[in-house]
Design a protein around this ligand. Structure first.
Ligand SMILES: [Zn+2]
Length: 130
């Protein structure tokens, strides 16, 4: 049922290390700015909206809607690459998994699922239909 393709292990850097540490525990963190109150993706120390450095990690809901997507049909097993608009606001480039690739729709509600990676790396955040 799960149409996971093998995903390469991410290479954490000092800025993203806490995210991947949390991911290993199954926790989805997002970065929130206390200067402007907005959540952004991908996580950065300096807020991309207001350049404040008053940012912190907060628990993400792990829910959102498909903003746009494309089905990669040239792969052996077709898969879906999508921008998911998180309920917190930012859009995130990700994959839609555990679904029939032909049933995916813009505006569809999705929820987070952690997909394992190669080389015992941390899992990567993907989404499946909610
Ligand atoms: Zn800000």
């Amino acid at each position: 049922m799960a149409n996971y393709r093998k995903m390469a292990a991410p290479t954490p850097d000092p800025e993203s290390q806490p995210f991947w540490d949390a991911a290993t525990q199954g926790k989805f963190l997002v970065r929130k700015c206390n200067g402007c109150g907005k959540v952004h993706w991908y996580p950065r120390t300096i807020c991309p909206f207001c350049a404040s450095d008053e940012t912190e990690w907060v628990d993400g809901k792990g829910t959102g809607t498909i903003y746009t997507y494309t089905v990669m049909r040239r792969a052996k097993e077709p898969y879906v690459v999508a921008y998911v608009e998180l309920d917190e606001g930012p859009k995130m480039l990700t994959n839609i998994v555990e679904c029939d690739v032909d049933s995916v729709e813009i505006g569809q509600q999705v929820e987070l699922v952690w997909v394992p990676t190669t080389e015992d790396g941390p899992p990567v955040p993907c989404f499946k239909p909610a």
